[in-house]
Design a protein around this ligand. Sequence first.
Ligand code: SF4
Ligand code: SF4
Length: 149
Amino acid sequence: MPKHIASGLKYLAAVKLKDAGESHQAIAEELGVDRSTISHYLNGRNLSWNSIDVARTIVDLSPRDFLKMTEAIFDEPEQSRKIVNICRERNFEVSIGDSCIGCGLCVNACTMKAIELESLKAHADSIQCCGCQLCSDECPTNSIKILEI
Ligand code: SF4
Ligand code: SF4
């Protein structure tokens, strides 16, 4: 079952990339599948509509549940990060306050790799943020705010 759901999520990602003007070849490279598979996906072949419905349901979950489910479905962290980034419909801004003590707990918590430590302070790249709030849950100084934009 997870393999079929993974295909459903890749289908949704392929459609979004196509709508953004990407070529079949570029989509295939981005999603790590061959070009003919992408063509089949985009022509609605070799994929059950049930898989696509389940994938849509996963994308519509809370940001944290969407991330966790996608990580559980894909073995490869880089692949799940890509799927979450391409398929998510919501954007977020990460704000890190001066109270940050540079402990690095948020860096470890963020599986989207949106936070780095520089000069003993956390710095976030909001473009990579999926809004899961795992970082703010870990922060001992309550320095992180996640806002939907
Ligand atoms: S909410 Fe925090 S942990 Fe989640 S992706 Fe954004 S920066 Fe990373
Ligand atoms: S968890 Fe909080 S205090 Fe620690 S580095 Fe991240 S923002 Fe700073």
